[in-house]
Ligand binder design. Structure first.
Ligand code: HEC
Ligand code: HEC
Length: 368
């Protein structure tokens, strides 16, 4: 029996007990008032029960990563690589340039700016909790973080490097060779482009944000959410937001059209970016995007793949009309937004790594 059915059973059982007790007049007699329909148990309430059916608290433990045994050595190396701008051709951009870990794992730009000051086509999603997403990128085109990491290093508008150049950089720095040998023991060629991706993935797996007020609530702490946030949670469920943003990551696990009921204007949904259509070439996937995780969403403006919306309240309103055909009132928007702020978790504490010095053999930065 899994936790979900277990929970449903206890709820049913509780209902039965309350009904029986009420029939015998026990509750009314002892409490002197009418029995509550669903009395708190372990700090719980009816809303908490409903929330537990739809969401899961984010575990404080390291998530399991498919096909990559995460070790301390890999994590340490991956952290260095995440912060090392020498993975870019110009020596200017590191992963952290666009996924700033002091800023919720994003760059705070409409769309990212990379090599040669070029503006990319999409807003940078956060790397926080990305390990829990079903696949990576707005259109899910990379199946996991190790596949993902090779993309930006080579993308012309991002880091504009090549696997050969990255190998030349890392092999020119003895301290990196030693770190790769530690992280990938018993391998014939520890310094490889694949292993760069494996190490970065291992580090990214540590970038989870547990213990948000909402997690504490799901774990039974009824007063972890304010009354306004609870009202927002109720609306989030009742209006249908939770139909697409649910599970442990409050999203991140499935694809939906942006504009299920009504397409947002071209300003927010530029016609040129057809989303998942580019991956599957299926007409049904035109303007389909992964429903993003809403964890830490209060930290990651601007919103949507186009990055055109700067105010979280406006993003909520757009979702109401485009995905649900509902015009949310100002009060409803305020409450839902208050709930979304309860999804901000403990940010990972990352010490800036010391990076080993380049040598005369290290390829020099190129700007064109
Ligand atoms: C110039 C800015 C830039 C740099 C540098 C950059 N990224 Fe990104 N990153 C982006 C953008 C923009 C996207 C979204 C692209 C898309 O969906 O098509 C993205 C997407 C991602 C995602 C997917 C998250 C999700 O929820 O789908 C991850 C993970 C990620 N980047 C990690 C990295 C790593 C690791 C590096 C370094 C090797 C890196 N990025 C370098 C801008 C950047
Ligand atoms: C039918 C599925 C669906 C429903 C229902 C839905 N969403 Fe979304 N949501 C999405 C998708 C898909 C995106 C990504 C859109 C894009 O940028 O391409 C998104 C994006 C968002 C964003 C922007 C996040 C970011 O990081 O940019 C917020 C905030 C959001 N949704 C909140 C809500 C709220 C609040 C509701 C209920 C009023 C809701 N959503 C209902 C699918 C849905």
């Amino acid at each position: 029996m899994n936790a979900r059915t277990g929970h449903r059973l206890t709820t049913a059982l509780k209902g039965l007990l309350v009904a029986t007790a009420a029939a015998l007049g026990i509750l009314a007699a002892t409490a002197g008032t009418a029995p509550a329909a669903d009395p708190p148990s372990g700090g719980g309430d009816a809303l908490m029960g409903r929330a537990r059916e739809l969401f899961k608290p984010l575990p404080a433990t390291l998530p399991v990563v498919r096909n990559n045994a995460v070790t301390r050595e890999k994590i340490d190396l991956g952290k260095m690589l995440f912060f090392d701008p020498r993975l870019s051709a110009s020596g200017i951009f590191s992963c952290n340039s666009c996924h700033n870990l002091g800023l919720g794992g994003v760059d705070g730009l409409e769309t990212s700016v990379g090599h040669g000051w070029q503006k990319g086509p999409r807003n940078a999603p956060t790397v926080l909790n990305a390990v829990l997403n079903v696949a990576q990128f707005w259109d899910g085109r990379a199946e996991d973080l190790k596949a993902q990491a090779k993309g930006p290093i080579q993308a012309g508008v991002e880091m504009n490097s090549t696997p050969d150049r990255v190998m030349a950089v890392l092999n020119s720095i003895p301290a990196y060779q030693a770190k790769f040998a530690d992280a990938f023991p018993n391998e014939k060629t520890p310094v490889s482009f694949d292993n760069v991706a494996m190490a970065i993935e291992a580090f990214e797996a540590t970038l989870t944000t547990p213990a948000a007020p909402f997690d504490q609530y799901l774990e039974g702490k009824a007063d972890a959410l304010t009354d306004t946030q609870k009202a927002g949670l109720e609306l989030f469920i009742d209006k249908g937001c939770a139909g697409c943003h649910n599970g442990v990551n409050v999203g991140g696990h499935d694809y939906f059209p942006f504009g299920v009921v009504a397409k947002p204007g071209a300003e927010i949904l530029p016609p040129s970016d057809k989303g998942r259509f580019a991956v599957t070439k299926t007409a049904d996937d035109e303007y389909v995007f992964r429903a993003p995780t809403l964890r830490n969403v209060a930290l990651t403006a601007p919103y949507f793949h186009s990055g055109k919306v700067w105010d979280l309240r406006q993003a909520v309103a757009v979702m109401g009309s485009s995905q649900l055909g509902a015009t949310l009132s100002d009060q409803e928007i305020d409450k839902i937004t208050a709930f979304l702020t309860a999804l901000t978790g403990q940010q990972p504490r990352v010490d800036y790594p010391l990076l080993p010095a380049s040598t005369p053999a290290t390829p020099q930065p190129v700007f064109k």
